[in-house]
Design a protein around this ligand. Structure first.
Ligand SMILES: NC(=O)c1ccc[n+]([C@@H]2O[C@H](COP(=O)([O-])OP(=O)(O)OC[C@H]3O[C@@H](n4cnc5c(N)ncnc54)[C@H](O)[C@@H]3O)[C@@H](O)[C@H]2O)c1
Length: 387
């Protein structure tokens, strides 16, 4: 059967666009990437040439009836305006994280997608990768028993990263949103919606100097506007309790920690920002089982969320990296900061249906093996490993 592809365009030809364009042109058959645009003419022309795309204005993309999907790879501050315009032009959108900057903007985009009968999918899509899908498989097969609690810890050095990427110092770009979203999305996809959260936050050293020789702002004063140390406790709807630690005033030596504590074992997941983080299980007698991946997409597969959404559109079923879960995680992170400011628990208003796990066994084992993309295309959840 011929695949009815979805024609798509990328908006934002910056750092992350390379891996998206590479995967969307070479790896996923369901999407046909045809065009790109950027405010920066040089970047746009460079990426258009490299990936054989049509370079053009944002307005041309919006007015092109053949383009069904927009892939929003702009900076977080621009997410809202780009996604809103595309939804208003009745185009499906897959947006990089997070959905927007403010809660109001996020709510409005979800409403617009519903009103206009189009899909809105939002990164991170790493939860569809081999590492986190394997972790979910372990939990759902009962290998760690009943999950009771979870630990999240993420440290980075935004003093250094922020000299190159100034948006990391601004609202919507600080660590809980920029990178914490990977951890909270991984948990959401395994544990489900959260009920309430309480948080503490501080802004350490709001004024500093850009010290990176060669950066446009080298030597200039930098104002850090958003909280850079945040801790929180989360109560999930199913009773799981999580403790969360985000610190972007730390070392370059990152120590990502994402662990689930169950009645019969501990699941150690590693860095959810990566598709290939090893997954292991610690059992009762202290032995550690290094678990083989049960799912494909164990290399950088950014774009898998957009591809899965394209299959879901063609099959008229819900897509997995959906706006409801993305908005819930967004509200949860906002909730940590709102709680820190008010000194009150923040009760979550939003919820979401758990996205179906991908079927297991589609590992990309060469021509005679099952292909990875088949896992995205199977609407009946058929598992090569099902029990
Ligand atoms: N860089 C990474 O490693 C990484 C990883 C995962 C996700 N992301 C996410 O991807 C998105 C983009 O990040 P990036 O690192 O590629 O940023 P970037 O600054 O390198 O690129 C963003 C591009 O968007 C363009 N842009 C901004 N507003 C625009 C508009 N209104 N119309 C057209 N173009 C516009 C900019 O000119 C720029 O070229 C962000 O949401 C980020 O959180 C980045």
């Amino acid at each position: 059967m011929e695949i009815k592809t979805i024609k798509a365009a990328v908006v934002g030809c910056g750092a992350i666009s390379d891996i998206y364009m590479q995967n969307l042109t070479e790896r996923f058959q369901v999407i046909k990437l045809v065009a790109c645009t950027d405010l920066n003419e040089e970047r746009m022309q460079q990426q258009a040439k490299k990936y054989h795309l049509q370079a053009g204005s944002w307005q041309e993309i919006l007015e092109n009836p053949e383009i069904e999907m927009v892939i929003n790879l702009t900076n977080p501050k621009a997410h809202y305006q780009i996604t809103r315009a595309a939804l208003e032009h009745k185009k499906h959108v897959f947006s990089e994280k997070m959905i927007a900057v403010s809660l109001e903007e996020g709510k409005e985009l979800c409403r617009l997608a519903k009103e206009n009968g189009v899909r809105l999918g939002v990164a991170p899509d790493t939860f569809l990768g081999g590492s986190i899908q394997t972790a979910r498989y372990i939990v759902e097969k009962g290998l760690i028993g009943e999950v009771l609690s979870a630990v999240v810890s993420l440290n980075r050095n935004f003093d250094i990263f922020g000299d190159i990427l100034p948006h990391l110092h601004k609202e919507g770009g600080n660590l809980p949103f920029d990178c914490g979203c990977y951890y909270m999305t991984a948990l959401a996809s395994i544990i489900g919606p959260a009920k309430r959260v309480c948080g503490f936050a501080r802004l350490h050293q709001p004024e500093r100097i850009n010290r990176r020789v060669g950066a446009p702002a080298f030597g200039e004063k930098v104002q850090v506007e958003a909280e850079n140390i945040v801790t929180a406790a989360v109560e999930y709807g199913n009773g799981v309790l999580a403790t969360v630690h985000f610190n972007s005033e730390s070392l370059l030596d990152e120590r990502p920690c994402l662990e689930l504590y169950g009645t019969e074992g501990i699941l150690i997941m590693g860095d959810p920002n990566r598709f290939e983080s090893p997954v292991s299980v610690k059992k009762m007698l202290g032995e550690t089982l290094h678990f083989p991946f049960t799912h494909g997409y164990t290399q950088n597969a950014r774009g898998v969320g957009a591809a899965e959404m394209a299959w879901a559109i063609r099959q008229d079923r819900p897509h997995r990296a959906g706006m409801e879960m993305a908005f819930h995680v967004f509200e949860l992170i906002h909730g940590m900061l709102i709680s820190a400011r008010t000194g009150q628990f923040y009760e979550l208003e939003s919820g979401f249906e758990m996205p179906e796990a991908l079927p297991a066994g589609y590992l990309d084992n060469g021509f005679w093996g099952p292909t990875e993309e088949s896992a995205l295309a199977l609407s009946d959840g058929f598992c090569l490993f099902s029990s």
